[in-house]
Every structure is written in C-alpha cells, then in structure tokens.
Design a protein around this ligand. Structure first.
Ligand SMILES: *Cc1c(COP(=O)(O)O)cnc(C)c1O
Length: 526
C-alpha cells in the first residue's frame, strides 16, 4: 500500500487494510492501482500551475473572511489527472457492462445525444442570458414539453424539477396547493407498501401523514384495504405503475375513479414509464400528476449523483398550480414568464434557480427524435421482452413471488437459497466476481430477500444468455453446498466485502490525523 506521501510502504498484510487480500508489494492489482485519498497525497508546496505570487491585498470581507487556509491538498497536475482517471476506472457503468439494477432503468446513452449536447450553441448556454439570445433553447424545451405531453396524454408539464424525487415534491406541492385553493386542509396520503422510499418521504416532507396500503397476493395494491382507508381527510394516493414489483396495476382506472370520487388527487410515480412507453398513456388512466425520470426513460447516464431530470405532467385539475416559470410562445417569439396572462395566480412558486436541466433536455429530445414514435414503442416492448426472457430463463431455479408475466423487471425471492447458507447479499457479491453489477437486493421490502433484475432493453440475447448462465452457475454452486466462493465474495474486486453495519453505526466523516504535523495542519484548516 501507499503512505500519505503516495510512496509505497509495506506490502498489505492484514485483510482489513487497503489492498486487502492482494499479494502484491504495492497493493496494486494488475494495472488497477491503489490510490490514497487525494487529501492524503498532497505535499506542501507542490503546485499544478506556475503563477506569479499574488499581491497581498486587504480582504474586503471583514469579519466573515476566512482566517485559516482552506486545507486543500497541494498537488501537481499529473497527480490530479491520474487520481481522477483511476477513480473513473473503478466506476462501473452501463458503458462498461450489463447493469441489471432493478427500479433504476439503466439506459444506454446513444452517442448522438452527446454530440448534440456539445454543440457550441447549446453547450455554451448560460441560464442568465437574455431570452432574446436563447430562442432556440426555449424552443427546444417547448418541443420536449410537447413530446412529453403527447406521450403521456396529459395537458400540461412542469419542466423544472431536477430528478424523480424532486418531481414527486412538485406533484404533491401542486396537490396541496389545489386543496388549499378549495379551502380544504386534508392530512393523509395513501402509499402502497411496495412503494419506492421517495414516495412516503415526499408525502411526509409536505406535511402529510403517510398511510401504507398493503399488497394483494398477486403483488398489486389491495383494493379492499384501499377502499377502507379512503376518507374526506385523504389528499391523494401515490401509486407507481408499473409498480416496484415489476407488475402493471391492472385496477389503475378503478383506483383513479375512487380517488376522484372523494375529491382527492392521483399521483402516479412514473419512474417505470420505460415499460409502457407508446403503449399506454397515463392521461387515459386518470392520473393527475406524474413525474418522468428523463434519465430512466429517455437515455442519459445516471447514478452516483449524476444529473437527473424529472418533469411532471399535470392534469387540467392541477395544471394551474404548476411551478413557475412558464414558457410562452407569442408574436415576439418564446418567453419565460412568471405569470400567464388571463390566468389566475395559483402557482405554488419556484422549485429551482433556473428553468430545469438543460443538458438533460437536449439529450432526451435527441433520443426521442432519433427513435421516432415507432422506436419509442419498441423500447417498451424490448424492455418487457428482456425482463421476461430472464424470468423464464431462471424460473426452474428461482421462485417469482407473483405469478404470470412481468413488465420491465423480473422479481425473485430468496426461497431457492433456503438451507444453502447463501443469502441474497452473498449471491449479489458473487455476481461482482463474475463481472456483473448486482441486481437490486432486498427491495421491494414486501418480498423476502428480494432480487429485482431489470435488464436494459438494448441488451442483446447473447448478453442475456451469458447473464442467465452465470446466475444458473452460481445457484447450482449454492445448492451443491459450495459456499466458500460466496463467503469470500467479492474476491476479485478492488475492495472485499465492506463492513456495512460498522459504516452505518460508526461513520468516519473526517480524516483523522496520524502525526503531529498533520494534527497542526488540521487545526489550522478548521
Ligand atoms: C428512481 C425512482 C424514484 C426516484 O427518482 P430519482 O430520479 O432517483 O430521484 C422514484 N420512484 C421510483 C419507483 C424509482 O424507481
């Protein structure tokens, strides 16, 4: 391993150290290099660029000026470059391999998107430019809005939310504003048990009591339990469709009718729109608000904090409450306005500093236009076909908790591992050794030891066969009692199994100095 100066010290000995399990002197494995944190690599006085010593000027910040150095490491340019290139090589992505992470829809991002997003006229835009200089950009947002409304069959769309969860916030804020406009203070939001965690979190953040609705034997929301929970204090329901068990909520229209009957609103979590694109329009199902994760349905890379975008389509009942700004198109071209003429002032306000995630808008529109409506429909068909191909390819070895065909993701429980000593987690770690990003584990919570597998629709039959073959190999090993490979997995990854409980219970959120010199440096910086 390397010491704080980036020089090799002793070979890694114990299995708890960095580079654990490696038998090399350096701690590196092949051409995968072990790297200390960038803060540990700094050496006083090392610099990346030559610049003249700045003149000592008196700070005009007065009492709020920083009194001590900021504590950034001193590094050369090659050091910085190598550090981030190394990190990027440890990052698993849909561009490097099969990524069947359920509920996340890892999309292939066609390179044409990147080419278009980098065109100078688009890539160099600034959100504070006068609208007269960004007519094309506003037209682009307007065109994308048109596509989204057409695809979903909804009359309005709020473009600014920055991701799915932000879109949920937008939708529930619109619902709250609509109730307030009627002078009603409703307090409860119904959320199925299988919902993504962001649904109850959003409802709670908006001040609502979250009331969980159980699932039926067949994985859909229990209609009887739902009907019992309806009442005049219910503000709305948040339903995911297809749901997080990968199943279409076949009673969705009935549910919408029941919700509307009591004067409440139907929020649909649209994160799984990829599965029904061009086949079903949420507007025809009675939805009042639905976020669209552009990054899950209309390409672009995501995950790891990457950019998202979560426009929210709205029904006539909610459109007046949409967040500002609006894009209008009049005699003088496109404009961004806070208030639309002839409309009452009902918007609940602003959600974001500017108008949305422009880079994502460009990629999503490029994706839609390059696919066309027939191509978009085929995406949904291929997504469902791929998931069912995996489901059937494994169904003699693994149990699906719900019968019948699935939508875009195949769900299994851990009953096939019973008695083997191998857990869902072990199986996932063994998949890493085989070169696969694991499926989603232990979610949805309603299924014991859940494994949620979502193959990207652009994966070929060969890739799916290879994955199915790997899963079958691992399951057969587990059933044959060959558990050592699971206990030690992942054996070939840059890191062995992490102490997840320790990390959650005793998080180390700051660097702990080891020498007096470091101690002094830290006390100066803080
Ligand atoms: C991903 C996802 C979300 C949250 O979307 P983000 O863009 O990650 O904020 C919400 N609901 C479901 C069902 C999801 O899969």
């Amino acid at each position: 391993m390397l010491n704080k100066q980036g020089r090799p010290t002793q070979p890694a000995e114990s299995s708890t150290e960095i580079g654990q399990g490696s038998e090399t002197y350096s701690g590196n494995k092949g051409l995968n290099l072990e790297s200390p944190l960038i803060f540990e690599q700094g050496l006083d006085g090392r610099i990346g660029v030559d610049m003249a010593e700045p003149k000592q000027v008196e700070s005009r910040l007065g009492s709020i000026a920083r009194k001590n150095p900021i504590g950034l490491p001193d590094l050369s340019e090659p050091q910085v470059l190598r550090h981030f290139v190394r990190l990027s090589r440890q990052n698993y992505a849909i561009d490097s391999g099969f990524y069947p992470l359920g509920s996340c829809t890892m999309k292939h991002n066609p390179r044409i998107n990147e080419k278009v997003a980098r065109l100078a006229g688009l890539g160099d835009l600034h959100p504070m430019q006068p609208t007269s200089t960004v007519q094309g950009a506003l037209e682009l947002i307007d065109s994308l809005a048109h596509w989204l409304k057409t695809i979903t069959g909804m009359p309005a769309v709020a473009m600014s939310p920055a991701a799915g969860a932000h879109g949920e916030l937008c939708g529930v804020m619109a619902i709250r504003a609509a109730h307030e406009a009627k002078g009603e203070a409703r307090t409860r939001i119904l959320v199925p048990e299988s919902a993504h965690g962001t649904n109850p979190a959003t409802a709670a953040l908006c001040g609502y009591k979250v009331d969980a609705v159980p699932a039926r034997e067949d994985g859909r929301m229990d209609l009887d339990a739902f009907a019992e929970k309806l009442g005049p204090d219910v503000a709305g329901v948040m339903l995911t469709n297809p749901n997080t068990c990968g199943l279409f909520e076949s009673d969705v229209k009935k549910i919408a009718g029941m919700v509307h009957e009591i004067g409440a609103y139907f929020y649909c979590d649209g994160a799984n729109l990829n599965a029904i694109l061009g086949r079903t329009r949420p507007g025809d199902l009675g939805v009042d608000a639905m976020h669209i994760n552009l990054h899950k349905t209309f390409s672009t890379p995501h995950g790891g904090g990457g950019p998202g975008s979560g426009p929210v389509v709205l029904s006539d009942a909610l459109s007046a409450f949409a967040p500002v700004p609006f894009i209008t198109h009049g005699d003088n071209g496109f404009d961004l306005v806070e208030h639309q003429e002839g409309q009452a002032e009902k918007s609940f306000g602003r959600m974001k500093g500017y108008h949305g995630q422009m880079g994502m808008f460009i990629r999503a529109l490029a994706y839609m236009q390059s696919h066309g409506s027939d191509g978009l429909r085929q995406i949904a068909e291929d997504a469902v076909l791929n998931a069912n191909y995996i489901r059937v390819g494994l169904d003699d070895l693994m149990r699906s908790p719900f019968e019948g065909i699935c939508m875009h993701e195949a769900l299994f429980d851990d009953s096939s591992l019973k008695g083997t000593g191998v857990t869902t987690l072990d199986l996932a770690k063994a998949l890493i050794d085989e070169g696969y990003h694991p499926m989603t584990m232990y979610f949805p919570l309603v299924v014991h030891g859940a494994m949620l597998i979502e193959p990207t629709e652009s994966e070929s039959r060969q890739t799916l066969d290879q994955f199915i073959g790997t899963m079958r190999y691992l399951l057969e090993k587990a059933k044959a009692g060959e558990t050592e490979m699971f206990e030690q997995a992942p054996r070939f990854a840059p890191r062995r199994r992490l102490d997840e409980t320790g990390a959650a219970r005793h998080p180390v959120l700051r660097w702990v100095p080891e020498t007096d010199e470091e101690e002094e440096k830290l006390s100066q910086a803080s």
